[in-house]
Design a protein around this ligand. Structure first.
Ligand code: GAR
Length: 207
């Protein structure tokens, strides 16, 4: 375990329930981390309200930043200024640009509500449900410049039940997300996660 909390910056676009779970775990001393900044790709993202309520600084980027191509340099600079060591995407529905990866090489992680490489994109739960798979799940991975791609850190399977609706499946997927993301962040804070030269992730004290 390192001596000081892991400093993370969180990127959101929407409701921020995963962000809330991370905030709660930190408050409960169950995660040795500090959220130094929450950045949103939408000024109206409810995740920003959750951050403000927890006293976390926020950066709200509207469409004009993205249209002008200034969002990624702005994010990279603000996260570095805030002292973030890792960037944690929690429902961030934008592709991360090269400026951010230059500032955070192999230090951006993402959560996706399906078992990647299956069902990438913005509708992972619905797409898996529509495909009729019997098992789907949640993936946490290092992000790269392709949406929902990059070395996999951890996955959890979620069975699709006979009587599932997309809503009931979504509920179990989210419950699984709220377990796996804090688990990965705990391992990260403990220095247990390494990315090998073969681009495979090794998790010490894993499962
Ligand atoms: C989560 O289910 C996350 O896995 C998903 O967005 C949701 C955000 O919910 N991300 C993706 O689909 C990325 N491709 P939240 O804002 O309530 O945490």
């Amino acid at each position: 375990m390192s001596d000081s909390p892991l400093k993370i910056g969180v990127l959101v676009s929407g409701g921020g329930t995963n962000l809330q779970k991370i905030i709660d775990e930190i408050a409960a001393d169950a995660l040795d981390a500090e959220i130094v900044l929450v950045a949103s790709s939408r000024p109206d993202a409810f995740g920003l309200e959750r951050a403000k309520k927890a006293g976390i600084p926020v950066l709200a980027l509207g469409r004009s930043y993205y249209d002008a191509g200034t969002a990624d340099p702005t994010i990279a600079r603000a996260m570095q200024d805030a002292g973030a060591e890792y960037l944690v995407m929690a429902g961030y529905m934008r592709l991360i640009g090269p400026e951010v990866f230059a500032a955070y090489p192999d230090r951006v992680i993402n959560i996706h509500p399906a078992l990647l490489p299956s069902f990438p994109g913005a509708h992972g739960i619905q797409d898996a449900f529509d495909a009729g798979v019997k098992v789907t799940g949640v993936t946490v991975h290092f992000a790269n410049e392709v949406y929902d791609e990059g070395p996999i850190i951890a996955q959890r399977a979620v069975s699709v039940r006979e009587d599932d609706t997309v809503e009931s499946l979504e509920e179990r997927i989210h419950a699984t997300e709220y377990e796996i993301y804090p688990w990965v962040l705990r391992r990260l804070a403990a220095g247990d996660i390494t990315l090998g030269a073969d681009r495979r992730v090794h998790v010490a004290n894993g499962e």
